[in-house]
Design a protein around this ligand. Sequence first.
Ligand code: IVH
Length: 682
Amino acid sequence: MDVPKDILEEVERLRDEIEYHNYRYYVLADPVITDEEYDKLMKRLIELEKKYPQIVTPDSPTQRVGGKVLNGFRKVKHSQPMLSLDNTYNERDIREFDERVKRILGVKSVEYVAELKIDGVSIALRYESGKFRIAITRGDGTEGEDVSENIKLVKSIPLRLREKVDVEVRGEIYMPVDEFKKINEEREENGEPPFANPRNATAGTIRQLDTSVVAKRMLDSFMYYLVNPEKFGVETQWDALEYLKKLGFKVNPHSKLCKNIEEVIDYWKEWINRRKELDYWVDGVVVKVNSFEHQKILGETSKSPRWAIAFKFPAEQARTRIIGVSMQVGRTGVITPVAELEPVWLEGTTVKRASLHNFEYIKEKDIRIGDWVFVEKAGGIIPQIVKVITDLRDGSEKPIEPPKSCPVCGGKVGKLNPDEVAIRCLNPHCPAKLKRALMTFVSRDAMNIDGLGEKLIEKLVDSGIVKDIADIYYLTPFDLAQLGSGIGQRTIAKIMKEIEKSKSNPLERLITGLGIPLVGKKLAKILAENFSSLDEIMSASEEKLVKIEGIGEEVARSIREYFDNEKTREIIEKLKKAGVNMKSNVKKSDVLKGLRFVITGELSRWSRKEIEEFIESLGGKVSSSVSKNTDYLIVGRNPGSKLKKAKELGVKIITEDEFVNMVREKAKDVKLPEPKGPMTMF
Ligand code: IVH
């Protein structure tokens, strides 16, 4: 269908108008129309684009709504490297930077632009004839990723510039403080790990494949770099910032043109205190030589320009006291000591607790209850103890001891291996680990119960409906419905069906799902192959377990400990009652099926136990005395009276080598066990 000329004109006019109002609202924060009027313009544009889909362009404001699912991000080369900056932390170093700059330029004084260093993610934006074309991440500096679809959803990024120029600009995408806090609260509620800092949150958002997630997160931007400024007759960084503003970009309003380095230092000092006023995080000042001609002379190293430097702010510290220590047990059982602090105000929040990481950290820093300490926020967010003020000790301070038992379940604690720093609760059934244990149980490699996701598991545990993994098999549709999580009847029916189906899973899946410490998918398979049922595994001795190829002493001990646990037996019993399959369907070799063996004398290859187990693993039977039912007597050196008896009864008598040959003949691929134990005489 041809598009009438007047429609084309209207569409163009609408796009310009909408972009102008975006600019007024998101860049200047000074709207000139009401929300209703804006919505009306947008509605009309959507209507026309729906009617004439061929007129949709990537720079249309309708493309800012999200909802697409991307396949990935295409790699794109940068037009010129995206460098990073050297850091300095104090006045002496920044003066040294100034000295070096002046020396290279051979001048007495240099003008600088001081800009706030935004804690976000850098981005390169290219425009053709004033229209947005592509947004590229920094990547490794020479090559980044095309994240255009996501960047278009950042409302302060213009899709149409105020001049029809071909231009590349660079700057920062960031997440405002409130947005960051909101997202982290949501993540914690959903049991997801919070973002450590706004930069990570921004980076994570920009690389989202589901653009509707990006559309929901209110990212913002500041541009600060003009590529090829000479093309536009721009000679200084200060003018470049002005030009970026003129083109319609959001430019940070707090930059300052400084006559010399002293003014830069004053600016830095001023913003150390004032940074709290901002609704975005800044972690320092970027100092840039103003003149582009000077910048050119100074040039750059392979990593960073010699004409700019990051002058970082010191992390704020607060002094407070440790009034106690609590122990947190994480989902993997790791016990983390947490210092309870006398509440103290730091960088905008009241700090009451600080992680002490682990007991070696406490020992190293000699942290005690009652100590006065300095706290700092790592990455601007997580409170940390940076120093103990030992001078303020009065002798009443108490050392912090590692717990002797789990603070949640009272179970045994220890390290999984000697190199590990963390102390864990070793009880596989500790309630602190339940959610994680359930996730393992339902996971794809284990019982593969589709539909029982993390959120549902959280709710089932929090509501007290599920207290151990076996409780899954006692869930009713009513239990699921009353969780109030809005799951519909159909989903409930599907989950119930999945649970039912999982009851007939092969044994190895159940073993994987039990989450026996040190036993993963591979070992679960080995166990299922070597035993006919879970009962058989449960009653296998440590010695028997280590004989199995692939099972070492540590694993054997762990399996034994797991099954010796009373709670384990209770859970297995519940699973059994629910009808969960406990039998191995891995066919044991039946090379020696139906044959009865008796052994006499000293064997050269194996201990008696080893050969017995080998025969049994091939389906044969071993008896201690010869009878008419005996098929073979295996004779070693110095045979006993059994030999005589066998001769009398006409039982076939074979040597150890003949036995081996017989087995090999019957099945070429049978693996002979390695001799392990000492020789046994009998
Ligand atoms: S200029 C070649 N200006 O800091 C100079 N960078 O550690 C390029 N940043 O990768 C950087 N605010 O992501 C510049 N006003 C600002 C900045 C800024 C934040 C970031 C940027 C850069 C990093 C350098």
